[in-house]
Design a protein around this ligand. Structure first.
Ligand code: ASP
Length: 328
């Protein structure tokens, strides 16, 4: 009996400390949001806007955005999967959470088992864009230019497993063309090179491309959604479906994650704060201006977020395999 009591005491102490930690959360220790892509890109923009919107609901906590970029977003995701599960290290990631398991073999973490799902943040369309100097001004001319320049075209992306990688691969598959992939650690720097003409084409989130399209720093040819967008700079851009490209419909999403084992009470506090952030008019306005739609449905709940990512894994896995675009 004495032995049992002795072995239970440390457990009880640990449980009390855990509960106290959850009660105080976030306390004075800063919260680091890991972005698995370069600074200045679309995931980075969403994370920085979200960090701002989370500050108040998290009692004025200090939120730091840290870019752990590379390997198509898997370096940063792995860092969070292995981080201390106390709510002070979080991850903002996109559709890569659903496509990486099929696109990239041997990722060093398990998307379904190594994270606590905190809630979905937004849905974001993608656009097919080019450097400003190509002679094409519409889809038909783009196709003709691609055919005339076979073997010479460079396609920027954020590495294997990223959204731009997936979109670029589907684009090549749909068009029956091969382009040379130029991987970056995020589409922030890829966009700089596209504007400068070092690369030719890219498919990227509207959160990164809208400003450049508006400023005529790049040319836009299509949006990847089934309906046209309402954002002023993008409302005249045709959908791929209108252009006759079938089965090529991508809307990506961003979600908030914590390492597996983060106490339920802490996840609840983070989720409560996320829900408030997603109602913040400034945050909504910023996202809408960039063509993104802030989540306003049940996917903001952790269980529904997880269910949604699972459904996206199931949706993309056969399409990726069918298109044969995965990487060994
Ligand atoms: N847009 C990038 C991607 O293609 C990621 C980023 O830089 O945020 O996945």
């Amino acid at each position: 009996m004495k032995k049992l009591f002795q072995s239970l005491v440390p457990l009880a102490v640990a449980a009390a400390a855990f509960a106290a930690g959850a009660q105080d959360f976030p306390g004075s220790k800063p919260i680091t949001i890991i972005v698995p892509f370069s600074a200045g890109g679309p995931t980075d923009k969403v994370a920085r806007d979200l960090a701002e919107a989370l500050r108040k609901p998290l009692n004025g906590a200090t939120l730091i955005v840290d870019n752990a970029a590379g390997a198509g977003g898997s370096i940063g995701a792995n860092k969070v999967a292995k981080a201390q599960a106390d709510g002070h290290t979080l991850l903002v990631h996109h559709i890569g959470m659903a496509t990486m398991p099929t696109l990239v073999r041997n990722i060093p973490f398990n998307v379904e088992n190594d994270f606590e799902y905190v809630g979905l943040i937004n849905d974001v369309p993608m656009t097919i864009i080019s450097k400003p100097t190509i002679p094409a001004n519409n889809w038909k001319e783009l196709m003709a230019w691609i055919q005339a320049n076979k073997g010479k075209i460079n396609l920027g992306n954020a590495g294997v497993g990223s959204a731009s990688h997936l979109c670029g691969m589907l684009f090549q598959h749909a068009m029956g063309v091969d382009m040379t992939a130029v991987p970056y650690k995020g589409t922030g720097p890829a966009m700089t090179d596209l504007m400068g003409g070092q690369i030719d084409i890219m498919c990227d989130q509207t959160t990164n491309t809208t400003g450049a399209i508006e400023g005529k720093k790049v040319k836009v040819f299509a949006v990847t959604t089934s309906k046209r967008l309402t954002t002023p700079a993008l409302k005249d851009v045709p959908t791929l479906q209108e252009l006759g490209v079938k089965d090529f419909n991508i809307t990506i999403f961003h979600g908030l994650y914590a390492p597996k084992g983060t106490p339920a009470a802490v996840v609840k506090k983070l989720n409560d704060a996320l829900k408030l952030a997603l109602k913040d008019p400034d945050f909504i306005k910023r996202e809408e201006g960039l063509g993104a739609v802030v989540v306003n449905d049940k996917r903001v709940e952790p269980a529904e977020h997880k269910k949604f990512v699972k459904s996206e894994i199931n949706k993309w896995s056969p399409l990726i395999k069918q298109a044969g675009v995965y990487v060994d």
